[in-house]
Design a protein around this ligand. Structure first.
Ligand SMILES: C[S@@+](CC[C@H](N)C(=O)[O-])C[C@H]1O[C@@H](n2cnc3c(N)ncnc32)[C@H](O)[C@@H]1O
Length: 242
């Protein structure tokens, strides 16, 4: 099984990332909507939506939202929020969900770079292009690879909900690999995250192979300008040109 099918579908992923909560989502969504100023009838795709924290907020603010994710467990939990203007579905982001349907595609909190193949990366970007309407906008919120490399915390221990997580990080080839070990349910549990260290130029090259063009890069959820040496995030905005 691929690491991303296994780890993100486990309840332990949600325990470890418990601090990536609704407050964080609310802060970013409010800022990015202030910048994008979408119309209320526009349709937003939350691509790799997890348990739907951003989708729910967007829907609460009046938008029509579709949230998709590979993890059946996450979609099952997200479904508690669904209504006639908010639907969730299990779906692989490498495939097209609905063609020419969305005014915005949001891909948030490093939900890219899992496949370790430039061909698969291209497949995701091509699928996004197909799903956007003309003039539609992609918002892709990624780690800042340069800062991840320069500030790598090699070893960390965290106790959350009574679970002692031991986290190790290393750079392997062009990936940051995070090993997560802990005891739970009476046994040793081992998971891995492996995310490609893609920089702004890598994304520009991926986008330029489609009709998507980079229009802005932010460096934080506060929407500060992106600076590769200091920014916490790399938030790319790209527009589908006709
Ligand atoms: C870091 S989480 C972010 C989730 C959500 N965007 C959030 O901010 O809470 C990455 C998500 O990507 C999903 N994912 C991984 N591979 C996927 C794929 N091939 N297609 C769709 N979703 C995928 C995982 O199941 C997980 O929910």
């Amino acid at each position: 099984m691929d690491w991303f099918s296994d780890w993100f579908d486990s309840k332990y992923y949600h325990i470890l990332y418990t601090d990536r909560d609704n407050a964080e989502a609310e802060h970013f969504i409010s800022n990015i909507l202030g910048f994008l100023k979408p119309e209320k009838d526009q349709h937003i795709l939350d691509l790799a939506c997890g348990k739907g924290r951003h989708s729910k907020l967007l829907n609460d603010l009046g938008y029509r939202v579709t949230g998709v994710d590979l993890s059946e467990n996450s979609i099952m939990q997200a479904n508690q929020f669904s209504n006639d203007r908010l639907i969730f579905d299990t779906h692989d982001m490498r495939d097209v969900y609905a063609e020419n349907e969305f005014d915005f595609v949001f891909n948030l909190f490093t939900s890219f770079g899992y496949f370790n193949s430039s061909q698969e990366n291209r497949r995701v970007v091509c699928a996004i292009e197909k799903q956007l309407k003309n003039n539609g906008i992609l918002v892709l919120d990624y780690m800042n690879a340069e800062k991840v490399i320069s500030n790598l915390i090699e070893e960390e221990k965290k106790t959350i909900n009574g679970i002692d997580f031991r986290i190790q990080r290393e750079i392997v080839g062009n990936n940051v690999v995070k090993t997560i070990e802990f005891q739970a349910e009476g046994k040793q549990q081992n998971f891995q995250e492996k995310v490609e260290l893609l920089g702004k130029t890598d994304f520009i090259n991926l986008l330029n192979a489609t009709s998507l063009r980079l229009i802005h890069t932010f460096g934080s959820y506060d929407l500060q300008e992106f600076d590769p040496s200091t920014s916490d995030r790399m938030i790319l905005l790209a527009k589908k040109e006709q």
